[in-house]
Design a protein around this ligand. Structure first.
Ligand SMILES: NC(=O)c1ccc[n+]([C@@H]2O[C@H](COP(=O)([O-])OP(=O)(O)OC[C@H]3O[C@@H](n4cnc5c(N)ncnc54)[C@H](OP(=O)(O)O)[C@@H]3O)[C@@H](O)[C@H]2O)c1
Length: 291
């Protein structure tokens, strides 16, 4: 709206300028004829000043040319102020474009570095026989938790989690760590956060999933223990999924990613019924990634 208003105002000024120049020309033309008539028919100036009207017309034409130059050349299209503003706008637009190009290039080089990392990781895993496992308990609709906490209490799952992960690296997002609240015993807790100043006693803090995997490079079975954000990013690089299916529906705000059955092969399933300790039916399910 502001720009449209400015354009309208400038167009109005411009019309006025041109109209004035045109009027000036008409007056100049009539004036010149008038001066000619004064000289020739009324002998104004007499014998003393020869061809004085020619000099007057010449002087006037000089002023008219100045006026013309001012309207069409010096002030250019819409005046210097308008030009300055529009140059600034164009420069700002260019800067935004340059910033977008820079971000695109950064993303591209990040993407290249990531795919290089994943390729190297695949080779390394093969040579060291490392298996990266995502371990999670998921209810109906892949529900994981709510309000940064678990929604159910299933001792059988906790027992399985403890026996499976003991002695290994457990890699988790900062939210999951804060939901647990302390490093788990007999395991190396690796916390992923973007905060470079984050501290957690007894844990290794890293700033990317890539770094977390590097920290655990000598562990043949590191576990990625969540939460939703980390599962989402890590499922591509994992080899195995240890899932506890909790056969119940819950109101959740975080979810495990969809397990693509074209990529993942179910290799074992054990179903258990609810009992006095475990309130819900559950299954221990293992998936291996297809080659
Ligand atoms: N059912 C289960 O088995 C299970 C298991 C684990 C967790 N959970 C549940 O899941 C929920 C927590 O999951 P969530 O998704 O909210 O959080 P999360 O994945 O545990 O952690 C997210 C945080 O990790 C950091 N992060 C994520 N991606 C990163 C990256 N690429 N580089 C650097 N840092 C990165 C960020 O920390 P900063 O903000 O500090 O930068 C981010 O806020 C809780 O409800 C928990 O109970 C359930």
């Amino acid at each position: 709206m502001q720009e449209q208003h400015e354009l309208y105002e400038n167009a109005r000024k411009r019309i006025k300028q041109k109209r004035r120049l045109y009027l000036h020309f008409v007056i100049f033309a009539i004036g010149s004829v008038f001066l000619f008539v004064l000289d020739r028919f009324f002998n104004v100036g007499g014998e003393y000043v020869d061809d004085w009207f020619k000099w007057a017309i010449l002087l006037w034409s000089f002023f008219w040319i100045l006026h013309f130059v001012n309207v069409f050349i010096t002030k250019k299209f819409m005046g210097t102020e308008w030009e300055r503003k529009h140059t600034e706008k164009l420069v700002a637009k260019q800067e935004i474009k340059i910033e977008k190009i820079k971000q695109g290039l950064e993303r591209e080089s990040q993407h290249k570095a990531e795919s290089q990392f994943y390729n190297d990781l695949e080779r390394k895993k093969k040579s060291t026989k490392q298996t990266i496992t995502l371990i999670a308990a998921i209810a109906n609709d892949n529900a994981l938790g709510k309000d940064n906490d678990l929604i159910w209490h299933l001792p059988a799952d906790l027992k399985r989690f403890k026996s499976t992960t003991t002695g290994h690296h457990i890699i988790m997002g900062r939210n999951t760590y804060e939901s647990i609240g302390k490093p788990l015993p007999n395991r190396t807790s690796v916390i992923i956060t973007r905060n470079p100043d984050y501290k957690a006693e007894g844990c290794v803090v890293v700033n990317s999933l890539k770094e977390a995997i590097e920290v655990a490079e000598n562990d043949t079975n590191p576990y990625i223990i969540g939460g939703a954000q980390i599962y989402e990013q890590a499922i591509e690089l994992a080899d195995k999924l240890d899932i506890t299916e909790v056969h119940n529906s819950f109101d959740a705000d975080v979810f495990f990613p969809i397990i693509d059955k074209r990529k993942w092969q179910e290799t074992s399933r054990k179903k258990f019924s609810a009992d006095e300790k475990n309130q819900f039916d559950y299954s221990f399910v293992t998936y291996q990634k297809n080659d």
